[in-house]
Ligand binder design. Sequence first.
Ligand code: SF4
Length: 285
Amino acid sequence: MEIVESSIGEILTRACGYLRTVCSHSAQPYRGCALGNSLCGAGCYVQHNRYVTRGRAWGSFLEVRTGAADSYRRSAARERRWARANRGAFAVYVSSSTEPFQPIEPRLGVTRRLLEAMRDDPPDALVLQTHSHRVTEYLELYRELAARCAFRVHVSIETDREELPGLAPHASRVAQRFEATERLKAAGITTWITVSPLLPIADPERFFAWVRAAADAVVVDHFIGGDGSANGSRTLRTQLPAAIAAIDPEALTLDYRDRMVAVAARHLPGRVGVGCDGFAGRFLR
Ligand code: SF4
């Protein structure tokens, strides 16, 4: 793993593409991802972004953006004005193309300092998206953020299976992520589980009952339509589809997603979102 410090021009990127319906800006405290060789990295759509990878293998590099907090402090007022005029609200997504809780984060505190800068000069809304159980480490900071803006945490839990044959292990075990989600919710932090990308679920009734107990809402997102290509073609080029098909070929289809959504809706009526609409908080009625 190559880890380097990288300079940063602007931490706030004006959202485009599907993210535009979810937020006005994204912010990436790191570039690359040390979790890239774990299970979630197999289908991770960021590996297809040449601007990020610059030809490097996904999971082999991590750029640490130590100036993230200072950049936010410099640009927040300007970007807030722009967002309110052009997008209705200054809503920031941390992060759309890296993991904010990299294994090195406890030592470097890049995400923590960025969140502190947001606490001091808050956006209108802030979404913290993670695949890691380490998300609970800044609980006190979340309480402060929640008092100052519309703050919520998204924890990705794609399946109830601790292993998928043929793929590397999860970076954070499923049970660890559920426990983290329960802790966040118990602390009064708005917490959603993002089943993204949806993987074969061994016991859907039990899984969504667990989601109901641990989170305030759930988003179910299939790689078809959810990986930035219309038909899932990016993900179909990775090793993920074969691993899914070996367990349940139907899980490669949107019919499977709809079946899981129906189970989710029984457990969390009015609190189930699908795909991009779900990430934006537009739930099924
Ligand atoms: S943690 Fe997120 S960014 Fe990193 S490999 Fe997994 S899905 Fe991709």
